[in-house]
Design a protein around this ligand. Structure first.
Ligand SMILES: Cc1cc2nc3c(=O)[nH]c(=O)nc-3n(C[C@H](O)[C@H](O)[C@H](O)COP(=O)(O)OP(=O)(O)OC[C@H]3O[C@@H](n4cnc5c(N)ncnc54)[C@H](O)[C@@H]3O)c2cc1C
Length: 396
């Protein structure tokens, strides 16, 4: 029987951060990961540059059935503390936009930093290892079995992440552990994920694939302004990914294609100033020629060769509302295959917001994405991983 003070299941962002925090306190820590490598999502993140945090972190950047749950951990370990760690390791970084911080070189810098901190604290890491059985011991602690090997620990930390991108090692193991110990699970779905379409919109997306435009999108009271990217299957880009976390199947989403304009005022103004121009030529500078032609084929095929002066104000009003409130009904999303995160997860009502310890099972901790806390795009998910990992790491 091998004994550790702490066993962490999952060597991703949250698990490694918890391990190094506990290790610094002198706790003996084992990290067990089923993948052949730890931190795979860190390596893949931010297009290989790892958007490791954001300069502007607020609880409003997180979705959870309990919006207050994340506050304590985010305050206890904030973005400035992580930035300080990054600077102490001499990792060059830059702000891209919206306060998003990326490595100048590669996301490997962040993973190497975490591994160096773990090594310094004598954290033991086992990859390609799967825990088969977990049993709570009456006098405290847990017995685990791993490929015939017996393990024992006082504190067990579940940091196995969400379901997104199974090829990067994602599994539902954390949810199974939660069920074993009677914790509540909220129905999960893919978040920060591209939308797909099966109707006429798919054709528009296909023929404009690769085009990126600055729009405002909204659904269910959430509103984001960033770039939208047309793909062969639908829409992606930061604005679509952000909105996907708020969308429910069957709902329409609204796209303001002219976010800096009052669309009707613009068209009426053009009617005065450019009476002989065609609508497509007036709109193309905002939306590109190709996309304007797609819209024209759908919304004003009868006015293709009509100068704007000959289009009635009532028709212009209708067209303006199609431009400022383009209503689309996604057929779905690309799902966990490409999603950056899993929405919902383990109900935070069962977890202490201060320590991440399970309220009904002393010594059992849940951190990171496996919990019902999901950040916006922009470094918020990693900050949650660091902060929740730190919170647990201080108590395990
Ligand atoms: C492509 C991509 C890009 C992203 N980019 C960013 C970004 O730039 N900024 C940002 O803030 N967020 C980003 N995210 C989200 C971020 O990666 C996650 O929110 C974060 O990694 C969650 O940390 P975690 O430790 O909870 O889970 P993970 O990092 O997913 O780690 C979970 C670990 O548990 C292991 N595991 C799973 N099942 C088992 C098991 N049964 N036994 C043992 N180990 C197991 C996995 O192998 C993995 O190593 C991105 C996500 C993806 C998919």
């Amino acid at each position: 029987m091998k004994e550790f003070d702490v066993i962490v299941i999952g060597g991703g962002a949250a698990g490694l951060f918890c391990a190094l925090t506990a290790g610094r306190r002198g706790r003996s820590v084992l990290v067990v990961d089923s993948s052949n490598k730890v931190g795979k999502k860190i390596l893949m993140s931010g297009g290989g540059g790892c958007n490791f945090t954001n300069l502007d972190i607020t609880p409003e950047n997180y979705l959870s059935s309990n919006p207050y749950f994340c506050i304590s951990a985010l305050n206890r370990y904030n973005q400035w503390q992580f930035i300080d760690l990054v600077e102490r390791h001499g990792i060059p970084y830059h702000e891209k936009s919206h306060g998003e911080l990326f490595c100048d070189n590669s996301s490997k810098d962040i993973l190497n930093m975490l591994l160096a901190e773990c090594a310094e604290s004598n954290v033991v890491i086992r990859t390609k290892s799967v825990i088969n059985k977990i049993r709570a011991v009456e006098r405290g602690g847990f017995n685990l079995s791993m490929a015939g090997q017996k393990l024992r620990c006082q504190s067990l930390v579940v940091a196995s992440g969400g379901l997104s991108i199974p090829t990067l090692g994602a599994s539902g193991f954390g949810y199974e552990i939660a069920e074993q110990f009677g914790l509540g699970l909220l129905p999960r779905s893919a978040g920060l994920v591209p939308f797909t379409f099966s109707d006429w919109v798919k054709e528009i997306c296909e023929s404009n694939s690769g085009l990126s435009i600055d729009v405002e999108m909204s659904v269910n009271g959430a509103r984001f302004r960033e770039n939208l990217l047309f793909t062969h299957r639908g829409i992606s880009g930061p604005v679509a990914l952000q909105l996907s976390s708020y969308w429910r199947p069957g709902q329409f989403i609204s796209v303001n294609l002219l976010p800096d304009q009052d669309a009707l005022a613009l068209l009426l103004e053009y009617k005065q100033s450019n009476p002989k121009s065609f609508l497509r030529n007036l709109i193309a500078p905002f939306l590109s020629k190709g996309f304007t032609q797609s819209l024209q084929a759908r919304y004003w095929p009868q006015y293709i060769e009509t100068p704007i002066a000959e289009i009635s104000n009532v028709t212009l009003e209708k067209l303006a509302s199609q431009l400022s409130d383009w209503k689309l009904k996604p057929s779905g999303t690309e799902g966990y295959r490409t999603a950056e995160v899993t929405l919902c997860g383990i109900n935070t009502d069962d977890i202490s917001s201060k320590t991440m310890e399970c309220k009904t099972q002393p010594g059992l901790y849940f951190i990171g994405e496996v919990l019902d806390v999901t950040g916006h795009l922009g470094g918020y998910n990693f900050q949650w991983a660091w902060a929740s990992g730190y919170a647990a790491g201080c108590y395990v």
